[in-house]
Design a protein around this ligand. Structure first.
Ligand SMILES: CC(C)(COP(=O)(O)OP(=O)(O)OC[C@H]1O[C@@H](n2cnc3c(N)ncnc32)[C@H](O)[C@@H]1OP(=O)(O)O)[C@@H](O)C(=O)NCCC(=O)NCCS
Length: 168
């Protein structure tokens, strides 16, 4: 992966009004499995991962990598927010490749409370300080209503929306 934010990772946990953005820990494992195997979460991102296979492959200590924040509510993981530089894989269009992309996945029980918006805003604010002037793109399916509404809320000039109509 190309250099993400030189010398700035990991930041100290980021605290918002209700949430903490931090690196993954072993205690997040059940929530990570739930997140990636949930049919609801997977609807617009290629479907859920097969649970047995995913569980077997997931290490006891979940992977930590630059740009990956676990979102913690009252001591429990409710989702993840990512800021990652897109490479050529994954079918991304050319205007996204090479750019830093904002991603977000939350457990269905945490939807509808503004947590994703709160966490993404905090991650974008952190990134704007760590990498001043670097644009962030957001790439989502137009059929993904919740994601589109979130993108609109975040789209105040820091994140740029690149909707697509085709399935992943
Ligand atoms: C996309 C996703 C993160 C959006 O989650 P979300 O909870 O709808 O997003 P927000 O945090 O912006 O919450 C907004 C909702 O909380 C409500 N809300 C309740 N209390 C709130 C508060 N205190 N502050 C703000 N919003 C609040 C808002 O009214 C809004 O409700 P609405 O959707 O009925 O209008 C979530 O649906 C998800 O994880 N989807 C699966 C993964 C996915 O597809 N990711 C996108 C890949 S590109």
């Amino acid at each position: 992966m190309p250099e993400f934010v030189a010398g700035a990772w990991p930041p100290a946990p980021i605290r918002t009004e209700r949430l903490v953005l931090r690196e993954p820990e072993a205690r997040d494992r059940p929530a990570i499995i739930e997140l990636f195997t949930s049919p609801e979460v997977g609807t617009y991102i290629g479907g859920p991962r097969p649970r047995d296979e995913f569980e077997r492959a997931l290490p006891d200590e979940p992977e930590r990598r630059p740009g990956l924040f676990v979102v913690d509510l009252e001591g429990a993981m409710i989702g993840i927010v990512t800021l990652e530089r897109r490479d050529t894989e994954g079918g991304h269009p050319s205007h996204v490749v090479g750019k830093v992309e904002l991603g977000y996945l939350f457990l269905p029980r945490a939807w509808g409370h503004g947590y994703a918006a709160e966490a993404c805003t905090a991650a974008l604010d952190w990134f704007a300080g760590a990498q001043p002037g670097e644009p962030v793109v957001l790439y989502t399916q137009t059929a993904n209503d919740r994601s589109m509404r979130l993108a609109a809320r975040l789209g105040d000039g820091r994140a740029h929306d690149h909707p697509r109509n085709e399935a992943p």
